[in-house]
Design a protein around this ligand. Structure first.
Ligand code: DSN
Length: 408
């Protein structure tokens, strides 16, 4: 690459330095292992393999079949699922395939409002999901910041959805999949759990699993699972054929076989004790950091966290998410601005930031480092216009990162 395209090489090298030298607190990110990166950059990228293992529309698929068989078998074992499709290119495409498999144009879907922690592909009006289907929303309680399952049930009774979606992008609490199943059964709806954020926690037994309860489960593979950028669908055997048809030929063409090989590697690693320990520590660290921020006077949506992320409500500090994200970024602390429930600001400004601990935990950081990070966040956000505070924190961030390297 250095010879063929030095410009892109410089950008990639810059990104390696950025990832090594910054404190990554974006809740949806993690670091793929070298084995996953190696599989992703393999020659399997060259291969067309439309179809499914041993039933392809192309010759020469004997080795990519091995990779896809391994990915499917390992994912089934990891989650205890009856059927798995590992071909979706992204979480949104996985969701699209599930919708296509059981919904008709105009059917009602019920998901969590985006600004309360849901996802664009759960029925937002600008997304295909809100344009092709009739979206209805439930929300978190204004008082607790948490889901109130009796409220969800009453919305479901009123709108009578064909599909209920649970599983979120910015919800810091445990999801009660059993209660969602009961509601789905009562109103005669399918239940889909989008576990993209918490898939690694579920695989490690740190968050309850939806496998017993949901008809369909979708997840990306690059968040807490630590795999390649991509996704998969888990479902009950009775939906296997229609889900597979909805992925290919329904919504995708050739699968990314290099990515599927990397998914297989990721699932193998996710069965190891080291991975399970890491997922447990992510939650321990998240609670520790949430406690630290709480004691510095920050308000957290729902008061804390049960998982890998927390949402900081900055209104008490008279700050917006946009300003906080930029100030922390200057100090080498990377977060994303995020709407909070009932946010008075626009999604581009927001009143909150979302903070997650997967990346810092993968780097080996624990309690002591969470306290340091909480202290630095407080320092920057308490001195928002002070350049010397930011550059002082930047130096300490660098020291901390150098003690916990990512890619060496
Ligand atoms: N963009 C992802 C996130 O940050 O949560 C969701 O797709």
């Amino acid at each position: 690459m250095a010879d063929a395209d030095p410009d892109v090489k410089r950008a990639v090298d810059g990104e390696i330095v950025r990832q090594n030298d910054g404190l990554e607190l974006i809740a949806s990110e993690s670091y793929a292992s070298m084995a996953v990166l190696e599989a992703m950059s393999s020659v399997m990228t060259n291969k067309y393999a439309e179809g499914y293992p041993h039933k392809r529309y192309y010759g020469g698929c004997e080795f990519v079949d091995v990779a896809e068989d391994l990915a499917v078998e390992r994912a089934k074992k990891l989650f205890g699922a009856e059927h798995v499709n590992v071909q979706p290119h992204s979480g949104t495409q996985a969701n699209m395939a599930v919708y296509l498999s059981v919904l008709n144009y105009g059917d009602t879907i019920l998901g969590l409002n985006l600004s309360h922690g849901g996802h664009l592909s759960h029925g937002h009006p600008v997304n295909f999901s809100g344009r092709l289907y009739k979206p209805e929303y439930y929300q978190v309680s204004e008082k607790t910041g948490m889901l109130d399952m009796s409220e969800v049930a009453s919305v479901a009774r009123r709108v009578k959805p064909k599909l209920i979606i649970c599983g979120y992008s910015a919800y810091p609490r445990t999801v009660d999949f059993k209660a969602f199943r009961e509601i789905a059964d009562e109103v005669g709806a399918f239940l889909m759990a989008d576990i993209a954020h918490i898939a690694g926690l579920i695989a490690a037994g740190v968050h309850p699993s939806p496998v017993k309860y949901a008809d369909f489960i979708t997840t990306t593979t690059h968040k807490t699972l630590r795999g390649p950028r991509g996704a998969m669908i888990l479902c009950k055997e009775q939906y296997a054929k229609q889900v597979d048809k909805a992925v290919f030929p329904g919504t995708q063409g050739g699968p990314f076989m290099h990515t599927i090989a990397a998914k297989a590697v990721c699932f193998k690693l996710a069965m190891e004790t080291d991975f399970q320990d890491c997922m447990r520590q992510i939650v321990v660290n998240s609670k520790r950091l949430a406690g630290n921020l709480n004691s510095s006077g920050f308000n957290l949506v729902s008061g804390g966290t049960d998982n890998h992320l927390m949402l900081v409500d900055l209104r008490g500090r008279k700050l917006t998410g946009k300003v906080a994200e930029a100030a922390l970024g200057e100090a080498g602390i990377i977060v994303n601005k995020n709407t909070i429930p009932f946010d008075p600001e626009t999604p581009f400004v927001t009143s909150g930031i979302r903070i997650g601990t997967p990346c810092v935990t993968i780097r080996g950081m624990k309690d002591a480092e969470m306290d340091l990070i909480g202290g630095m966040i407080n320092e920057v956000l308490s001195n928002i216009g002070d350049a010397s505070v930011k550059s002082g924190v930047r130096k300490r961030v660098l020291e901390l990162c150098r003690r916990h390297p990512v890619y060496v």
